[in-house]
Design a protein around this ligand. Structure first.
Ligand code: SAM
Length: 346
């Protein structure tokens, strides 16, 4: 309530953990409609009725990490591995440009093939071909020097979800190698270098408590990222978390609404995971305050292999080829797809 009322009086609102934790009880409660109404008003004020589209190119499902939740973790021997070559990626961006995309997101597992020596010329080439486009990278943890080189080559934005801002919870999701401290250091480095930076978390990941979610909001309030990606956890049959329940769409939407109020100018995607659990998920995301979608622009023969969780969407409205259908669906909730880089307007 305090969060919503503060926004109503146009004040910047900083959360305290005491105030943040109980607010999540409202996920299905009577305040939700009011929260979403305020979130839409804030979004409209900043970005009008625009939905920004990002062409998602899943460049590799090879990964050196072993995150317990993720279908492309290195220990998953059932995953059919692939890696796109630079020429394939360039072809995706050319096709995406024709379709109306002005942002390309290169996402993948932490595949050692994608060194700076491979990525920098690739970024430079895409920028030379399409100077009016933005490039977003989502390639996991790298050194500060590497982030700097990729930025200097022309990358504009970087997505790296923090996954959970509670140390003990982080260790339960990533018992080997990765640490929350390193993840946070990467995010600070990205921001300092000048990237439009995206953090984010899974809603309903195994062992998550409401206090963990409050910590996530507090961390985001401190970091002030330009983008936040949140989506429900969905189990994958070949991971140790196969028997855990999926996160809730309602709770994810609730946090989207809260994020729009807390970070008014943020770029907030209605993620594929929401769309996977609920066929109306993207529209519901927009109604809760989101303003970004990331249709799949990977080569069609690879789309089914980037399987982070069971039944991940890769066709229909998820496919970059079906923008007109997507636009029709957004029109029903008062929004329209913009042919625009869709930069942070903070
Ligand atoms: N390797 C890069 C990284 O870690 O940032 C990018 C790829 S990673 C697969 C992209 C995101 O997928 C992760 O940040 C995580 O939140 C999400 N993800 C992975 N497994 C998931 C699952 N089972 N359910 C929902 N989201 C999942």
């Amino acid at each position: 309530v305090a969060l919503i009322e503060a926004q109503r009086s146009e004040e910047r609102h900083h959360l305290t953990q005491k105030g943040a934790a109980p607010s999540t009880d409202a996920a299905d409660g009577p305040l939700t409609a009011y929260l979403f109404e305020r979130a839409r008003a804030v979004r409209r004020q900043r970005y009008g009725d625009k939905v920004f589209i990002r062409g998602l190119i899943e460049i590799s499902n090879r990964c050196r990490n072993d995150c317990l939740y993720c279908g492309i973790r290195r220990s998953n021997e059932c995953a059919e591995r692939y890696r796109l070559q630079p020429a394939d990626i360039i072809a995706c961006t050319d096709k995406g440009y024709e379709l109306g995309f002005r942002t390309f997101v290169m996402q993948g597992g932490e595949d050692p093939f994608f060194t700076d020596e491979v990525l920098c010329p690739l970024i430079e080439r895409i920028k030379a071909n399409h100077p009016d486009c933005a490039i977003t990278l989502s390639l996991g943890e790298r050194t500060r020097e590497s982030y700097q080189r990729l930025f200097d080559a022309g990358a504009d934005r970087y997505l790296l979800r923090h996954e959970t801002a509670t140390d003990a919870h982080y260790r339960r999701l990533h018992p080997s190698e990765l640490s929350l401290a390193t993840r946070k250091a990467c995010l600070s480095n990205l921001k300092e270098i000048g990237y439009q930076t995206g953090a984010g978390f899974m809603v309903g990941s195994p062992y998550q408590t409401v206090e963990n979610l409050a910590d996530d909001m507090l961390y985001l309030d401190e970091l002030q990222p330009q983008m936040v990606g949140i989506g429900p956890f969905i189990p994958h049959r070949d991971t140790p978390f196969r028997d855990h329940a999926a996160g809730s769409v309602a709770q994810t939407l609730f946090f989207l609404g809260c994020l729009r109020l807390m970070l008014p100018a943020s770029l907030l995607p209605a993620t594929t995971a929401i769309g996977t659990l609920d066929p109306q998920g993207r529209e519901k995301g927009m109604l809760a305050g989101a303003n970004v979608v990331m249709p799949n622009l990977s080569p069609p023969e690879n789309r089914g292999k980037y399987l982070l969780y069971n039944d991940k969407l890769a066709t229909g409205c998820e496919a970059a080829e079906h923008l007109r259908e997507l636009d029709r669906r957004f029109a029903a909730v008062g929004m329209r797809i913009a042919v625009d880089r869709g930069d942070f307007a903070g």
